[in-house]
Design a binder for this molecule. Structure first.
Ligand SMILES: NC(=O)c1ccc[n+]([C@@H]2O[C@H](COP(=O)([O-])OP(=O)(O)OC[C@H]3O[C@@H](n4cnc5c(N)ncnc54)[C@H](O)[C@@H]3O)[C@@H](O)[C@H]2O)c1
Length: 333
């Protein structure tokens, strides 16, 4: 698959949830390649730090070469020998990619993450709501939400709302801040049970996963509606990465996993290919000022009919505000 090349994004800051592995890792890495400052938000410190180390290692040489070409980077930083050179190299390694703990299954952890990020006092240009779980056994998040709904949707709903002011402050007329939420083609068969969002009365892992991904689409369209209404320079789009060979399938029945292992080269995208639409949504100049779209294979396409139901979008938003206890409810309506 052809991966597009995008202009450098120097000075921009991005958060990628679940950036320690799979599609999120390659999204974070590609953004770091484009000179963005990337924060990986994840629920496992070891995996997060390992991802940071790998991204730095893999992107450093490219940056050095690019710097050599312009003659600036190398002389300013890496051209320096001895102690100054070591210090400069160290400084580069400290910058540009970092991990901050954020467990989307815990509202407290999400709030702590936002606080920690806020202390940095830096702008926020791109938020990629990428993290997700699929077909996990029936269980609840720390706050008692069904896990697919809680992690895939509600955690991102809260995170986005808590970061919204920072995104609004960072977006400009010519360079909008962007919110990208990673959904799935499974949303086409999803049903939103407003009277049973927690799947209390009937639970199936497939149904719960599909509902969470449909909720992300409805959320994105409602968010875009609200942002447009108040004239914010922030856009929200939703992405379908396709069928991608990652750890997401670890809870799938073992026989299916065996078949997947044998046939993955035939039917599955690599994680790097799977990240391409998220990156496109995050940085493509073609999408400047464009929001409320469903993107697949770097193209705009239609999501399921019910996702355009504005009444349903509004009801889900209101219900979500109640569930996460956002006090400033006027902002949510
Ligand atoms: N792989 C596919 O075929 C496919 C298809 C459609 C959509 N998606 C979506 O793409 C996104 C990325 O999935 P992937 O395929 O890279 O899977 P993956 O399992 O490799 O990555 C998921 C990431 O989410 C993180 N995560 C899980 N629970 C978390 C929590 N409580 N808090 C914070 N982070 C958490 C994991 O640590 C991991 O980094 C998911 O939203 C998934 O639903 C994937």
């Amino acid at each position: 698959m052809h991966l597009q090349v995008f202009p450098l994004q120097c000075g921009k800051v991005a958060i990628v949830t679940g950036g320690s592995g799979g599609i999120g890792y390659h999204t974070a890495k590609q953004m770091a390649r484009l000179d963005m400052h990337v924060i990986i938000a994840g629920n496992c410190e070891n995996e997060g730090q390992e991802a940071v180390r790998k991204i730095k290692e893999e992107t450093l040489n490219e940056k050095v070469n690019r710097g050599k070409e312009t003659g600036q980077f190398a002389s300013n930083y890496l051209g320096a020998r001895g102690k100054r050179g070591t210090e400069a190299r160290h400084q580069i390694l400290l910058l540009e990619v970092e991990f901050i703990h954020c467990d989307l299954a815990s509202m407290k952890s999400i709030q702590q993450f936002v606080q920690q990020f806020g202390v940095k006092n830096c702008p926020l240009h791109v938020l990629v709501n990428n993290a997700g779980v699929m077909l996990v056994p029936e269980r609840k998040t720390e706050d008692g939400f069904e896990e697919h709904f809680g992690v895939n949707y509600l955690g991102h709903f809260l995170l986005t709302n808590l970061l919204l002011d920072m995104l609004k402050q960072s977006g400009t007329h010519s360079l909008n801040a962007r919110v990208i939420s990673v959904s799935s083609a499974v949303h086409y068969v999803g049903e939103l049970h407003l009277n049973d969002l927690q799947s209390r009365y009937s639970y199936s892992p497939h149904g719960a996963y599909a509902q969470s991904k449909l909720a992300l689409v409805l959320f994105t369209y409602r968010l875009q509606h609200l942002l447009t209404a108040e004239g914010s320079f922030v856009t929200a789009n939703v992405v379908d990465p396709g069928v991608v060979d990652t750890d997401l399938y670890r809870h799938v029945f073992w026989a299916v996993r065996m078949v997947k292992r044998i046939t993955s080269w035939l039917f599955f995208k690599t994680a790097e290919e799977g990240a391409s639409t998220s990156i496109y949504a995050a940085v493509s100049p073609e999408l400047e000022g464009v929001g409320g779209t469903y993107l697949y294979n770097e193209q705009r396409t239609k999501s399921v009919d019910v996702s355009y139901d504005e009444e349903l979008q509004r009801k889900l938003w209101t219900e979500s505000c109640k569930m996460v206890g956002i006090s400033d409810i006027s902002r949510c309506l």
